[in-house]
Write a protein that binds this ligand. Sequence first.
Ligand code: HQG
Length: 190
Amino acid sequence: MNERQQVQISKLLSKHLRHEPEVLGLTLEPGGWVAVDALLDAAARKGMCLTRCDLESLVAESDKQRFALDESGGRIRANQGHSVEVDLQLVALEPPAILFHGTVARFLDAIMAEGLKPMSRHHVHLSSDQETARKVGARRGKPVVLCVDAAAMHCQAHVFYRSENGVWLTDAVAPQFLNRTSPLSEVRTA
Ligand code: HQG
């Protein structure tokens, strides 16, 4: 599968497995799963050309691991990023001491006033490395990376989850846990 096809199929799956399953007449099972056969039949009814092989290639080749097949290969899901109500059956975990969030300057005033909110998703998305956060921010312009004091949040009983593809998720991050400066640059300027 070439990169263009991969992006097209990824967008199609994002739309129907994260946001609008009802458009294809699909219902997400607990965990966000949908039967592969039901997805392929529904796509075919809408005139979309999608095969089991396409799904397997996408799951195997996608560097972001947005989608997963279950052990039997009979069901597929988006690992995170849903806007529809779904129980992803996530397990709470202790987070790394610091997590990162990539955003852009135009959101900073609001973020520093009211904290990070999930916006249209179920959770705030955080990453364990700055580079990933930089890439997430860069989807919207010049990236700004915020540090999240996840250790302090964890101490105060805020719950964190990690999706199957390594994205850290939490309900919200209050301003007191956010810092625009990375610990690395603090060390450099100390
Ligand atoms: C911002 C992609 C104003 C937040 C990526 C972000 C990621 C606020 C935007 C995944 C705010 C929400 C998630 C507040 C947060 N006021 N703006 N209080 N709180 N924001 O796309 O984290 O391609 O929902 O900074 O790679 O950008 O979908 O979240 O800019 O992993 O697989 O509101 O989406 O993955 O945007 O990205 P999003 P995100 P996929």
